[in-house]
Design a protein around this ligand. Sequence first.
Ligand SMILES: Cc1cc2nc3c(=O)[nH]c(=O)nc-3n(C[C@H](O)[C@H](O)[C@H](O)COP(=O)(O)O)c2cc1C
Length: 215
Amino acid sequence: MKILIISASPRGEESNTLKLAREVASGTGGKVEEVKLSHVRLEFCRACNLCHRKIMACALKDDAFSVLEKMLTAEGIILASPNYINQVTGSLKTLMDRSSHFIHCLRLSGKYVAGVVSSGSGQDSQVLNYIGQYANLCGAQYSGGISSAVSALKEKTPAALALGKKLAADIQQQFVYHDQVALMENQKEHFRRLIELRKNEWPEEYEYWRQQGWL
Ligand SMILES: Cc1cc2nc3c(=O)[nH]c(=O)nc-3n(C[C@H](O)[C@H](O)[C@H](O)COP(=O)(O)O)c2cc1C
């Protein structure tokens, strides 16, 4: 089972969030790969729309698409971000912005995401909710999240391992979260209309939808 941790702390190996994410990953029993966004070159999306005209193409020559390719081959993705002013960090938001093709074409369908957040306060529900919403926007189901105040990190090991186990079980059973699937169906309706409307501007995404049998 392929598990990908995307760590969005700028603090590399010192990251509390990454430590918690590694515990979640070890609970899965899967083969774990890690990407530290602080170690990759990531530029801001310039809204040129090239990625909609040509799938997995981008005018910016940095590392964003190599990270997105890893997401496409993972079965479980752990999105790990410190809480920065009640949001994910800028690096994770930048990666998300660069992934709008994933949203148009629900490219993470069949995959499962877990969220991991750490903070000074431990008041992280807004950040975890956002990670869950992003997962669903990309067509993935959200297995759940864990957060911790830095001061309480050591106590969180059992919960982190349990979340990892849940993520692995969801992948193995292809568990269906009916509430999430219902939300995703609504969103799919929206994009079905958009993709049809824009079929001349976004020919490859239109073709992708057609090949999936979604049109
Ligand atoms: C720019 C910035 C913004 C932050 N905003 C918050 C916040 O809104 N709430 C909070 O509880 N902690 C906040 N913190 C504290 C971090 O979330 C906390 O130190 C976190 O554990 C760092 O994770 P890391 O060790 O993985 O880098 C902030 C820290 C920084 C540097």
